[in-house]
Write a protein that binds this ligand. Structure first.
Ligand SMILES: NC(=O)c1ccc[n+]([C@@H]2O[C@H](COP(=O)([O-])OP(=O)(O)OC[C@H]3O[C@@H](n4cnc5c(N)ncnc54)[C@H](O)[C@@H]3O)[C@@H](O)[C@H]2O)c1
Length: 268
């Protein structure tokens, strides 16, 4: 380990179980010397294993529904009290589409479900940054990262309305990132991660076939959750201070591929 986050304080959203990208990021942040608060929606804390992660990383848990500004205000205030000062890094690792869960087609959604999914998966990022910004809760040269997927730029039919939510999320990173950079010297980026076998990932229709396709298309193969955690740690560290307003592909090269030999073989 490299002590990359020694002395840094953070908040990590979205660790549900050992498969979660946020779980691996918390483990790596702990190894790199950070102190942080773990948070998730109350129902996910009841259903998941967050207590185990908290024990392992000597962290406290503060429940917060990321769509509730009131919950976020409480979370950020209490986190600063627990950690003894302002925050250096925040991970937004949250996604959920009710239309996907209820097997609604992209062409025939429930708009109530669309709104809920957008609030959880995209607008929550704005709400979270809004509270951090107005509470002046981030240290200078702090770093905020959200996780996204390439369906924001290209068509992946089974990704459903999450494609639109991710496009909105990435836009928030740029727009809020401008104000956060100008006023507080804080950087804001999104990481566009390979398909990854987590609870959210495997909920997408056709995931098994798709992850295999993606593996065969990527010259370096799919990026794992642990590799995503490593990349996230680099963005929280002082080694990436001038990287901001970016959507950073962490996908083994998939996003720049047209076709690969391995995929062509299936058709020859
Ligand atoms: N798994 C993939 O294939 C993949 C690929 C690219 C990007 N991502 C993104 O990575 C992020 C993390 O997902 P994951 O794959 O680790 O799956 P995961 O299911 O482990 O994590 C999703 C988290 O979102 C949390 N969440 C849902 N509603 C919430 C709410 N109202 N308030 C607070 N938290 C809430 C869940 O409790 C859960 O912890 C998501 O943004 C996801 O879209 C995942």
């Amino acid at each position: 380990m490299y002590n990359l986050l020694k002395g840094k304080k953070g908040i990590i959203f979205g660790a549900l179980n050992t498969h979660s990208i946020a779980w691996k990021t918390a483990e790596r942040a702990h190894e790199e010397g950070a102190k942080f608060v773990l948070t998730n929606a109350p129902v996910s804390i009841r259903m998941g294993d967050l207590e185990k992660l908290a024990k392992k990383t000597n962290s406290q848990i503060i429940p917060a529904d990321a769509t509730s500004v009131e919950d976020l205000e409480n979370l950020i205030q209490k986190s600063m009290e627990i950690l003894g000062g302002k925050i250096d890094f925040v991970l937004h690792s949250i996604g959920m589409s009710v239309n996907v869960r209820k097997a609604k087609l992209y062409t025939d959604p429930s708009y109530d479900f669309s709104q809920k999914g957008w609030d959880v998966s995209a607008l929550s990022f704005h709400k979270m940054m809004n509270v951090l910004y107005h509470k002046n809760a981030m240290n200078e040269w702090g770093s905020i990262v959200a996780l996204t997927y390439m369906a924001a730029q290209r068509v992946f039919p089974d990704y459903n309305d999450m494609a639109d939510n991710k496009a909105y999320l990435e836009s928030i990173a740029r727009s809020f990132g401008y104000f956060f950079g100008r006023d507080h010297k804080v950087r804001v980026n999104t990481i566009s991660q390979s398909p990854t076998p987590t609870t959210a990932g495997t909920g997408v229709k056709g995931f098994d076939g798709f992850i295999e396709y993606s593996e065969k298309m990527s010259p370096l193969g799919n990026a794992t959750a642990l590799e995503c955690a490593d990349y996230t740690i680099s963005l929280f560290s002082d080694l990436t201070k001038k990287v901001t307003l970016q959507n950073l592909f962490h996908d083994g090269g998939f996003s720049n591929m047209g076709v690969s030999d391995a995929v062509m073989k299936k058709f020859e």
